[in-house]
Write a protein that binds this ligand. Structure first.
Ligand code: MRU
Length: 348
């Protein structure tokens, strides 16, 4: 079988960061170019690039742009410019831990590199490019480990988009599905629409259908129905942050996990090491609240009366006891607990 979804969501190309413009999908597949860290920050905020691992790599490359364009003559100066850009990038989306993880790793690389600004530039760009490659390789491993959880003939329900588009390539939640198909298993997918930004309908359905993987889209309210009818054998979702007591992921994940437990359907989370915040608990993690207009309007048309308020949290928290297994590039952690999550991934 040919390589699945062989485009890279984010890439470094001669002093520019190229990213697939996800606000235009599924209608139009095109790359946009960012030349400055400010443009990268704007792209993350507008969700031109989204998905925890993709955001992390984009931010890392944003810092690489600062180093690339800097006219600084000392290491101190270039570091100052990078630290200020890191602050700006770090507040674009607060929930996905990959963002702060990637920014810290780049700043650390700059600090440890040689004294000459040119040495800093070289080290930082190399590190950002390497992060992109590492993300892709981690996803291939997640695919291998996660495929062991999928049986021939399974229909897998997934939420939001934790596919190639949410990463540098291949995806996290969609990786085990891709690898199972490569292994010759027959696997179908049910993708939840994922209101309000429709990542399931627009992005998951786009990338799976492009790979000719059978996929059906349902609205978020249909999850209980498809489970009660025996139409789903497994659930696999991605994560924005895995803490010791549970998983932060796209709003609606918690409801799906509860429904899966009620119907005795295994609920799996697939995420690379960069998504683990495994020394911390959920307390204090900020859930991004996005603009009310995402809920009050559909395609520019108001669907909620003017004088009615709305809530728009972008993520929710699923307690660890509802998770049957976590898959990372390090393997499969069955029946995770507060203790085992911490031991599973020791971040560097
Ligand atoms: O708001 P988004 O589209 O960035 O949210 C994305 C998700 O919630 C994904 O499930 C998560 O980032 C994992 S992506 C591999």
């Amino acid at each position: 079988m040919e390589e699945f979804f062989n485009l890279r969501t984010v890439k470094w190309r001669s002093g520019k960061v190229l990213m697939i413009d996800q606000t235009r999908l599924p209608g139009r597949l095109r790359y946009v170019k960012c030349r400055t860290a400010r443009e990268v920050a704007q792209a993350i905020r507008r969700m031109v690039v989204r998905g925890a691992p993709a955001i992390g790599v984009a931010a890392a490359m944003g810092l690489a742009l600062v180093a690339y364009r800097s006219k600084a003559e000392t290491k101190r100066q270039i570091l100052k410019e990078m630290e200020s850009a890191s602050k700006m990038l770090g507040v674009t989306r607060p929930t996905a831990v990959n963002l702060t993880w990637a920014l810290s790793a780049i700043i650390e690389t700059a600090r440890r590199s040689g004294e000459d600004p040119e040495a800093v530039r070289k080290a930082v760009i190399e590190k950002a490019v390497q992060m992109a490659e590492d993300d892709f390789q981690a996803n291939l491993k997640i695919g291998e480990y996660g495929a062991s959880l999928i049986a021939d003939g399974d229909t897998v329900l997934t939420h939001c988009n934790a596919g190639a588009l949410a990463t540098v390539g291949y995806g996290t939640a969609l990786a085990p599905i891709r690898t199972s198909l490569k292994q010759g298993k027959s696997v179908k997918v049910i993708a939840t629409e994922t209101r309000p930004r429709l990542q399931g309908a627009r992005l998951t359905a786009f990338e799976l259908s492009r790979d000719r993987i059978p996929v059906k889209v349902i609205t978020d309210g249909m999850v209980g129905y498809v489970m009660s009818r025996g139409l789903v054998q497994k659930v696999i979702v991605g994560a924005d942050r895995i803490v010791r007591d549970g998983v932060f992921n796209k709003i609606g994940t918690y409801t799906i996990a509860i429904a899966a437990r009620h119907h005795r359907i295994p609920f799996y989370v697939a995420a690379p090491t960069s998504t683990f915040d495994s020394f911390n608990l959920s307390e204090g993690v900020r859930i991004e609240e996005r603009s009310p207009s995402e809920v009050t309007h559909i395609s520019g048309i108001r669907v909620v009366p003017r004088n009615v308020g709305v809530l728009n949290p972008s993520f929710d928290f699923t307690p660890i006891n509802l998770v049957d297994a976590i898959v990372s590039e390090k393997g499969v952690l069955n029946h995770p607990t507060r203790e085992s999550v911490m031991q599973f991934v020791q971040k560097v």
